[in-house]
Design a protein around this ligand. Structure first.
Ligand SMILES: N[C@@H](CCC(=O)N[C@@H](CS)C(=O)NCC(=O)O)C(=O)O
Length: 222
């Protein structure tokens, strides 16, 4: 069975959301955020100290977008995945990785320099610069999403999970109020999906059952 190490609403939520969309059985191991400080034994499982960590037999993965790609190809090759024989194969891979590398990276800097660093090391300038960076890069999706329900292939895919997580993270930062209309409507479509709602519930239930705070990681002060 697949094992997922997860902190509430951290990047590992991408993987949890995928698992719920797929209906694949999994074991969810909740960690307090950040595990590097609050659960140092996790370094034995993942020397990076980061989530996600996903174990599937002898397969061990720590990159959320790559895990989404792996799960889609393995368990839903014709639905959540986009195959090399489809016209949108390249667009799919590009959006899948755009969600992490281009949209989530700048938000990490905003979180760090607006919230996580001790007061003396915070930097409103860095937070402001990377907020603008994020919103400018997000805006490139507006015209496409105003005309299409999903990012590519005319259906919901793992690329939507990857970008959707970046929108969830933006919501935690209060940036959703600055989404353009097409993106705001897309975000509403995504967060009403049954798979998304089930993933939200699953992390809450598991956190409480395992004695971990159910407060989302982006709202936590380490
Ligand atoms: N590129 C990796 C980044 C993983 C990552 O940095 N995860 C964050 C949670 S959102 C983490 O575990 N942070 C804890 C720390 O840095 O100590 C991915 O997409 O999975």
């Amino acid at each position: 069975m697949i094992t997922l190490y997860h902190c509430v609403s951290a990047r590992s939520f991408r993987v949890l959301w995928m698992l719920e969309e797929l209906g694949v059985p999994y074991e969810l191991k909740m960690l307090p955020f950040p595990p590097r400080v609050l659960q140092r034994s996790f370094f034995e499982a993942n020397p990076l100290g980061t989530v996600p960590l996903m174990l599937d037999g002898t397969t061990r993965m720590t990159e959320s977008a790559a895990i989404c790609q792996y799960l889609a190809q393995r368990f839903a090759p014709d639905t959540l995945n986009v195959g090399p024989g489809e016209a949108d194969f390249g667009a799919y891979l590009n959006y899948l990785h755009f969600g992490e590398a281009t949209l989530t990276f700048p938000q990490t800097l905003v979180l760090r320099y607006a919230r996580f660093e001790p007061e003396a090391r915070r930097s409103p300038q860095i937070a402001d610069d990377y907020t603008k960076w994020f919103l400018a890069r997000l805006r490139v999706l507006e015209s496409h999403l105003a005309a299409h329900r999903y990012l590519c292939a005319g259906r919901f895919t793992a690329a939507d999970v990857s970008v959707g997580f970046a929108l969830l993270s933006a919501q935690h930062l209060g940036l959703h109020t600055r989404f353009t209309p097409g993106i705001a409507a897309y975000w509403q479509r995504l967060n009403k999906r049954e798979g998304y709602v089930r993933a939200m519930q699953a992390q809450d239930v598991a956190a409480r059952a395992q004695g971990v705070s159910p407060v989302p990681a982006p709202d936590t002060t380490p």
